[in-house]
Write a protein that binds this ligand. Structure first.
Ligand code: NDP
Ligand code: MG
Length: 393
């Protein structure tokens, strides 16, 4: 049966890798592409939609509608724009949806897709961090699945095939350490957005690349592990592994430690989710262990990377703390990229926002509904803007 496919965030790094795999696996000969979404890269979105003969192309920005419409003229692809159009795209019947919008903006379309019983391939880790219990309950209620696409979580997912989750003693996710892993700690406050935007091992979007340098990405992933697999926080750890060849390890109660190895190429995790439960021949490099020679590991230091300590606090608190954490992190990242705050001040902003919003149980006494998640997201961004204004740069 031909599968109906939708890709949210098609013009991004994960999106492009997804389009590449869909194209290699036959493109419009093999799939019915229902909808593709992008942001400001209209020329590329239109090109993808034409190549894959999509029914619909959506830009997240209303002001880009005319350009998209013009770029699609004569193609037969429908154009639409704005957040509501993204939701409408999620309403169109699909069998498999890639959720690869960056940031909390990915939550609403993903939730909507789950309500239609669509399989959700989830790169957008922010969805799980902000609204994990809600997302999983929605998937269960509508008898569908969320397939992890983050490389570490895909690795854990694969290591768990055929295993009993109760036999899991620990999960270790690896971190490259990002751009500044070898910098002296005292130099970190001078780090510029340009320096933070280059990753030693992975080619990714700018925001996640900077989040790798600050370890906010790993912090999000620790929370994502807890939420997705339902594993107790004390059983989850991150370790620095500069080569990025092992993506995660799962330890079982008999002492066995199963590692997932692969070249740092997101097409592996995307391809696994696309072909699950089968395995397809994927265009990823095969590891030559002898050439690799050795793999290294170091402790992930919470003094160097306070984001990891904050993740522990978020996991312990639960409730809507993840929504406040993610939104304040996004606001702090914007402030750093806009040169309003220093690299090291991002974690200070997040910590101050968490402290302010969690007073009187404000983040844990409330039900995790979509409305409440979006409300906390909004409050956290407002509070972050206040904190940013008080900081000296
Ligand atoms: P990119 O920045 O490369 O791409 C983001 C995509 O979302 C683009 O299509 C962009 O459009 C679109 N977009 C941006 N802002 C909005 C918005 N407000 N509303 C709707 N669409 C928007 O990000 P990545 O591909 O790197 O990351 C995507 C997600 O996958 C993130 O959640 C990230 O954490 C996760 N992830 C990424 C990995 C990677 O290797 N890149 C690895 C693991 C997880 P346009 O570019 O046209 O403006
Ligand atoms: Mg990852």
């Amino acid at each position: 049966m031909r599968r109906r496919i939708t890709v949210f965030g098609a013009t991004g790094s994960i999106g492009e890798n997804t389009i590449d795999l869909l194209t290699r696996q036959g493109g419009p000969e093999s799939y019915d592409v229902v909808a593709l979404s992008g942001g400001r890269n209209i020329a590329r979105l239109a090109e993808q939609a034409r190549d894959l003969q999509a029914d619909l192309a959506v830009t997240a920005y209303p002001e880009c509608y005319d350009d998209l419409k013009a770029a699609l003229a004569g193609s037969g692809v429908e154009a639409a724009a704005g957040p509501e159009a993204l939701v409408e795209a999620a309403d169109r019947p699909s069998d498999w949806i890639m959720s690869s919008i960056v940031g909390a903006a990915g939550l609403v379309p993903g939730m909507r897709a789950l309500k239609h019983g669509t399989t959700l391939a989830l790169a957008n880790k922010e969805s799980l961090v902000t609204a994990g219990p809600l997302l999983l309950a929605t998937a269960e209620q509508h008898k569908t699945r969320i397939l992890p696409v983050d490389s570490e979580h895909s690795a854990v997912f694969q290591a768990l095939v055929g295993e009993d989750i109760d036999a899991v003693e620990r999960v270790v996710i690896t971190a490259s350490g990002g751009a500044f892993r070898d910098w002296p700690i005292e130099d970190l406050e001078k780090a510029t957005p340009e320096q933070a935007s280059s990753h030693p091992n992975w080619a990714m979007g700018q925001r996640i690349t900077v989040d790798s340098a600050s370890m906010f990405n790993k912090a999000l992933e620790l929370i994502e592990t807890k939420e997705y697999f339902g594993i107790a926080p004390e059983k989850i750890d991150a370790v620095v592994h500069p080569e990025s060849m092992i993506h995660a390890l799962v330890g079982f109660r008999d002492g066995a430690l199963m590692a997932h190895l692969g070249a740092p190429d997101m097409r592996h995790a995307i391809g696994y989710a696309l072909n699950w439960p089968d395995r397809a021949d994927l265009p990823v490099a095969r590891l030559d262990l002898v050439e690799l020679g050795q793999l290294n590991f170091r402790a992930a230091c919470e003094t160097r990377w306070p984001a990891l300590r904050l993740a522990r606090e978020v996991m312990a608190a639960g409730g809507l703390t993840g929504a406040a954490f993610n939104a304040s992190k996004e606001a702090a990242l914007d402030a750093f990229l806009g040169r309003q705050i220093k690299f090291t001040q991002m974690s200070q902003v997040v910590e101050a926002v968490l402290e302010a919003l969690s007073r009187d149980g404000g983040l844990t006494n409330t039900e995790i509904s979509l409305e409440n998640v979006l409300h906390v997201d909004h409050l956290a961004r407002e509070e972050a803007a206040r904190v940013v204004a008080t900081l000296e740069h």
